[in-house]
Write a new protein. Sequence first.
Length: 124
Amino acid sequence: MVNFTLKNNNRMSYPTICDSYPNSDIALETWIKFTEYLKPEELSFIESIKEKDFTSFTDFEMDEYHRIRKQKKMHNLLVKYQKRKCTLEEHNQVVEYMYSSLKELVESRLDSDEIQIALNIFLN
């Protein structure tokens, strides 16, 4: 019987999963841009809670804080994913996140006027 050891190089594939642009760098760039973008009201919210004690947050403030924090964390993971520097756990988080709709993400980050401007640019 021959014993041998397989070398583990931990080489992961880095697919881009997207409902609109399968396996495309455009989709990954879009994920990165829209997870980085904060609406003006979100920026105001962040400014308003900077001086607040965490224990005095209302339920709404806590939820909003966690949502923005989760979005920023995902942005950082997407950038790391783009550079192919993820751990296996981070890689799996990004791939799982990419199964959500890119269109829904973009629409959630823009108001109706911004969506209309983007559509006009895209269609012309």
